[in-house]
Each structure stands twice: as structure tokens, then as C-alpha cells.
Write a protein that binds this ligand. Sequence first.
Ligand SMILES: [Zn+2]
Length: 185
Amino acid sequence: MTTSTVWVEDHFIGGDLALDFANTVYRRRPETGADLFTGPDALAAWLTRARLLPDSARVGATEAALAEARTLRAQLWTVFDAHRDSHTIPADAFAGLLDTARRSVTDLAIHPDGSASSHDPRGALAVVALSGISLALNPPPQGVRACDGCGWFFIDASRGRRRRWCSMKTCGNQAKAARHRSSQP
Ligand SMILES: [Zn+2]
């Protein structure tokens, strides 16, 4: 039996909805780690936690929605890996985001403040895709970066723009401990 991921604040360190969604694997370096979308329930819980779905819709995620979520996530990896490496974004991955956004557009409510929501997991995935499109077209001046340790994406909003880690609590501390060990005689 696999236990469903319990989402906590530390899973939402990307500074952007699409990046947080892309960060739903244990790590991306040196290779892709365990999938934190352990099943449809974990996906629905993530979408609810990200305020894309009302609590009442949690029962709605299906295996099909989960498969779609994983496809969308792989497209976001392709798009933001390219962006991070200062490459042109591959057209097929970008087209994939557009497809996901278009498919569920009838389930989508765009609010006056620019936020979007849905009562359906697929509609919520469309919001994630739209967020990825919007970020790719309007990247922050400092760009999208990735953690030196685990490869999770983030937008560096720190004042000195010297953020290297997803979180000091996890990768930052591990690096500090490793440095400390290597400096021991
Ligand atoms: Zn990290």
C-alpha cells in the first residue's frame, strides 16, 4: 500500500503555481525521484491545497486526470528546463500546455483579480497549464532557477538574488553538512 502524500508549505516553494506543480517529485537531480502524486487522491489534495479546487471537489480526481497531470508536469519540465538553460522553449512542449489549457476551458472561471478556479480537476489542470504559459511568456527578470541540490524550480525573489536552494531546511542544510564533513581532517 502506498501512502498518499501529505502536502505541506515546503512543497510550495517555487513562487509560481506552475513551478510548484513541476516540483511534485521527490527530486529532479541527479535523476527524477519518487512521484509525490502517489494517486488520484494526492493530485486532488494538491489542487485543493493550491486553491484551484474547492474542498468539496476532492472526490473528483480520476486515474485519467492523474495521467493528464503527469503529462502536463513533463511538459512543464521540458519548458522550464529549456528556460533555465537559456534555450528556446521546444514548440511541442509549449503546444502541449496550450492543449491542456484549451481542453477544459468550459470548466474554468477567470476572476477579476486574475485568479482562476474550477470545480473539476481537469479544469484545475488547465489553470496550471495557463500559469505555465503565462510564466514562459513573462518570465521574471532573474529567470526561473533550479535548486543546486534537488533540481526543484523556483523564482529567486531574495534581495541579493543568490538563492541556491529550494529550502535551507532541506537541501541548504545538507550542503552545509557536507561542506562541514569535507572540511574535517
Ligand atoms: Zn532542493
